[in-house]
Design a protein around this ligand. Structure first.
Ligand code: NAD
Length: 484
């Protein structure tokens, strides 16, 4: 790549192995949230572009689905190597379009790349099963096939990892793809597309359409009858809409949706460990994560001490342009996000919460918000019932274990729950009763390519990563063979 990695990114649509303009010829601007400056103009795709892309994916499916697993594995492995080689450039692009500090962006590059390596290893281990019917008269041979052309849609908050987490298993399984990255952060995804081409992914396997009007692109894909699978990461309302559209053609669906993670600290917890865990669970990605600790329930006897220690740590964080040396907290992704966070804080304060630190935004350009700790938050405050998606930690004291479990489960979401205790029996007792797909026990980080990531309730369907991650892109078929 050239000296400025952003200007080296291809900004067209990528269909059938070719970069090109959108059918309308329109483009849209990508903004740096730290400076509010335009970084690049990207092709603004529409329904005509979408139809062209899904036709290509449909035509290419049979041939691609029959490629040797080792071939697909090695494409992924080469893509992994290239991503790691270009980690600095990819991180710089991500920081510029999304805001996260460079060190975090590099962490995401490594995390995202690991999905490519993991699924390169899974591609050659798809396997099957052979058994006899109970009466011994028939052999049952079970195989797994690619599910078919897949619609991939990603959010803006982890621009590289969310794409890699879908493209990795789809390539491993032998599915062709139509991919729509988020309009706020398309550049990282577009850079990743070039890496796949260089790694040897054949033309037509991965087709990418960027747009400012997601419905106009995704609806034709869902209605096409060609796509057999939708894999979506984003908000619950959009996920619900896509499930309704998927029903029309009974498409296999994976949904990684919103979260409202409870973070429970019992009075027997190691408080230093709990504070360190809260810093990660709250501040990773400036709080703009589906896994972010959204409600901190702390046992009354230690609540004030925990709030004091947490605000001390939060208050020390350096807020600034993610590209600048030493920055620990970058801007939020857009002005709308900043306004929403301020409204949540104002509402909590008007209901009696104590501001331990932050509670406001620094002056000047960019969508920055100061790291904030609120203590004694009223349980009816709006920020406890919604994803905050910002650097704000609301603390609610509780008295009994039963009360903590009840509070934790009082939400439509169920992505992740965190709990801190030194009592192993309690950790499992509480963990088993928290309605979530993932539990962090004495840790604030659950994301790992080796683990099955996903939620229950309105946080989603299916899992990404881990041993079962590839199943989302496979269909099961069995052959019955009489035995003489
Ligand atoms: P969003 O739902 O607004 O957008 C996600 C994607 O869906 C974007 O690409 C967007 O363009 C597209 N989209 C929007 N409207 C659409 C429509 N009508 N039809 C088809 N596609 C449409 O979410 P966001 O603001 O980009 O991301 C934040 C949300 O994502 C949060 O709710 C967060 O919790 C969730 N998220 C979940 C996970 C997870 O793994 N569970 C990971 C990251 C983010």
């Amino acid at each position: 790549m050239a000296t400025d990695p952003v200007s080296a990114v291809n900004t067209g649509l990528f269909i059938d192995g070719q970069w090109g303009p959108s059918a309308s010829g329109k483009t849209f601007d990508v903004i740096n949230p730290a400076t509010e400056e335009v970084l690049a103009s990207v092709a603004d795709g529409n329904g005509d572009d979408a139809r062209r892309a899904i036709e290509v994916a449909g035509k290419k499916q049979e041939e691609w689905g029959r490629t040797a697993p080792r071939e697909r594995s090695e494409i992924l492995r080469r893509a992994y190597d290239l991503v790691m080689e270009r980690a600095d450039d990819l991180a710089a692009i991500m920081t510029a379009e999304m805001g996260k500090p460079l060190a975090e962006a590099k962490g995401e590059v490594a995390y995202g790349a690991e999905f490519l390596r993991w699924f390169s290893e899974e591609a050659v281990r798809i396997g099957g099963d052979m058994t006899l019917t109970g009466d011994g008269k028939t052999r049952i041979m079970v195989t797994h096939e690619p599910v078919g052309p897949s619609v991939l849609i990603t959010p803006w908050n982890f621009p590289l990892a969310m794409g890699a987490r879908k493209i990795g298993p789809a390539v491993a399984a032998g599915c062709t793809m139509v991919f729509k990255p988020a309009e706020l952060t398309p550049l990282t995804s577009l850079a990743l597309v070039d890496i796949f081409t260089e790694a040897g992914l054949p033309a037509g396997v991965l087709n990418v359409v960027t747009t400012t009007d997601p419905g106009s692109v995704v609806e034709p894909w869902m209605a096409s009858g060609i796509a057999r699978k939708v894999s979506f990461t984003g908000s619950t309302p959009v996920g619900v809409k896509l499930l309704q559209q998927a029903a029309e053609h009974v498409m296999k669906s994976s949904m990684e949706l919103g979260g409202n993670a409870p973070f429970i600290v019992f009075d027997d917890a190691d408080l230093d460990q709990a504070v360190a865990g809260a810093m990660i669970a709250k501040m990773r990605n400036m709080g703009e994560a589906c896994t972010a600790a959204n409600r901190l329930y702390v046992q009354s006897s230690v609540a004030d001490e925990f709030a004091r220690r947490l605000s001390e740590e939060m208050g020390k964080l350096a807020v600034g342009d993610g590209a600048a040396e030493g920055t620990q907290v970058g801007p939020l992704v857009e002005r709308k996000a900043l306004d929403k966070v301020q409204q949540f804080v104002d509402d909590a304060v008007s209901r009696g919460a104590t501001v331990m630190c932050g509670g406001d935004r620094p002056d000047g350009k960019g969508f920055f918000y100061n790291p904030t700790v609120l203590n004694n938050v009223d349980p009816d405050s709006a920020l406890l019932a919604n994803e905050i998606f910002g650097p704000v930690a609301p603390i609610v004291p509780f008295d009994t274990e039963e009360q903590a479990i009840e509070l934790a489960n009082n939400t439509v979401w169920g992505l992740v729950g965190y709990l801190f205790t030194s009592d192993l029996e309690r950790a499992f007792r509480v963990g088993e009763r928290i309605e979530a797909g993932m539990i962090g026990m004495n840790t604030g980080l659950v994301s790992n390519p080796v683990a099955p990531f996903g939620g229950v309730k309105e946080s989603g369907l299916g899992r990404e990563g881990g041993r079962i991650g590839i199943d989302e892109f496979l269909e099961t078929k069995y052959y019955a063979l009489p035995r003489s």
